[in-house]
Write a protein that binds this ligand. Sequence first.
Ligand code: IMP
Ligand code: MG
Length: 184
Amino acid sequence: MHADIDRVLITTEEIQAKVHELSQQIRRDYAKTNGELLLVGVLKGCVMFIVDLARAIDLPLALDFIAISSYGKSTESTGIVRLIKDLETDIGGRHVLIVEDIIDSGLTLAYLRSHLVRRNPASLRICALLNKPERRTADVAVDYQGFDIPNEFVVGYGLDYSERYRNLEYIGVLKPEIYMQHAE
Ligand code: IMP
Ligand code: MG
């Protein structure tokens, strides 16, 4: 697993420091809101991030998950977004914070935002751990943002290539030969 990584981009210590920082901002902002915060994780890339973040936010909150796909097996966004699993919560009147691993083209979050806003939440914001600013094609505002990263394919801390590497505790750049050999 580690041998497939070209270099470590963000260490586990750096991730934890950032999660803490984001959780403090979120706690400050939502402490005065009326009604409980609902964290909506975008499966599956969000899992490590959302559990660490949720534990660090010292406020009552609820969790729900949604699964959408824009990737398939490749490393390039297809632009086609598909809803695979919907929320269980009625978000009408709720304060919703979408928790996503990475924003790349922005197509996934643009779709998700327009999809969820129709259900009339009291508020709807976005938290993304990673951001690839170079790749943005859809205009989406990220309210809580972790790290800006270069336009390279990264894995670890929830992020995968073909379902692997999610359990790496750091975020690393995958060696291009790993996905080149599977390219169709
Ligand atoms: P977007 O729709 O192009 O913004 O793509 C966002 C989704 O693509 C993320 O939720 C990830 O699942 C996936 N993704 C984008 N870049 C990477 C990467 O570098 N590594 C792993 N997954 C990525
Ligand atoms: Mg994702």
